[in-house]
Write a protein that binds this ligand. Sequence first.
Ligand SMILES: NC(=O)c1ccc[n+]([C@@H]2O[C@H](COP(=O)([O-])OP(=O)(O)OC[C@H]3O[C@@H](n4cnc5c(N)ncnc54)[C@H](O)[C@@H]3O)[C@@H](O)[C@H]2O)c1
Length: 389
Amino acid sequence: MIDFDISIQINPKLAANLNHSIMEVKDLKDTSLAQNPVIGQMMLHNHEQILFCNDNATGLKAIIAVHNTVLGPSLGGTRMWNYNNEMEALTDVLRLSRGMTYKSSVAGINLGGGKAVIIGDAKKLKSEALLRRFGKFVNSLGGKYITAEDVAMSSRDMEIIKMETDYVSGLPVNMGGSGDPSPVTAYGVYVSMKASAKEVFGTDNLAGKKVLVQGIGNVGMHLVEHLTKEGAKVYVYDITEERIKMAVDTYKAEFVAADKMFDLDIDIYAPCALGATVNDETLSKLKCKIICGAANNQLADEKKHGELVMSKGILYAPDFVVNAGGIINVYYELDGYNRERALAHAEKIYDTTWNIIQTAKAQNIPTYAAANKIAEQRIESIARINAVM
Ligand SMILES: NC(=O)c1ccc[n+]([C@@H]2O[C@H](COP(=O)([O-])OP(=O)(O)OC[C@H]3O[C@@H](n4cnc5c(N)ncnc54)[C@H](O)[C@@H]3O)[C@@H](O)[C@H]2O)c1
């Protein structure tokens, strides 16, 4: 059984000044989450609103979480997953929506953080009726939450949801949408890697640098293209043979086996597959100077491994800063998509990465903590403006 007995901290300075602080605010008398499993969890990170959705006819059971709307409407994908229980689904949607607030804030776009989960096995439960019913729930929030694709959801599913609401993004190009975000995401990863290289090697030229790209899917393959064009020596690993063949044949990348990957003598590790690959085991082997890739939640334990990476002298470019090209791409869909504008904004990830590295150095804190601070400061400053208008 999960122990929810977590005490909730109050930050008096922020609580006094802000209505919308995303910091830990508050004053719940009974701090046990077992007694306050819903609003108690919301209070931990000051979530604004949760919409619980049920429809017996279609089997829809969903939770939409709006974490913070100071910067703009909350935007984040809908994930369909066969959670073991409601608490697991609730915890996931609260965590993911909060992550979106930080990602959009640090990317400098006017979006807040939100996320939705549909509970159930997509293969068995997903239907047009269920998706349209979900679309009606999204619509009922009046634009406070805008949905997009996530795990087990496709662009076709977004088209169906769009039948019931305009608050959908990530639509195909032929529907006026932004289409596949991965080229913009990969470009953001590439420029972030250059900014990291400038700090570590004194130059942002990646020619001759040895880079391991783990996961050569949509984002990873575009990244391999940028890197090889610049003259980097690229090693690749993927669980899919055809992706390996494509990277080797097209870009002359070198394949490395799973059990050799983390023993390589490399300059940069780019995780572009799954999360949590920066962990106790890999960190005991990794010889790189920089970690910079597209995958979400790369640090198995943000605090522990963020600090461990720092103490080992490895520069970690925070994942939610590095991979913000995806949300930037969707942002530019909201008032008429223009890929040039999206790419121009993604290019700013270079400066954002650089500023985070300098802040972390100046304050002697891990880079993930510096990124969180910068994201919070932007929201706090805009909340102050909102308060006087
Ligand atoms: N697509 C985007 O725009 C975007 C935006 C932000 C974050 N991300 C994140 O970046 C990562 C990659 O996204 P994508 O769109 O390229 O996904 P994708 O599904 O196209 O590619 C993932 C690749 O990783 C491979 N893979 C899976 N498990 C692996 C393992 N254990 N070891 C090595 N390779 C493995 C798969 O075979 C696949 O080729 C994901 O974590 C995603 O959440 C993507």
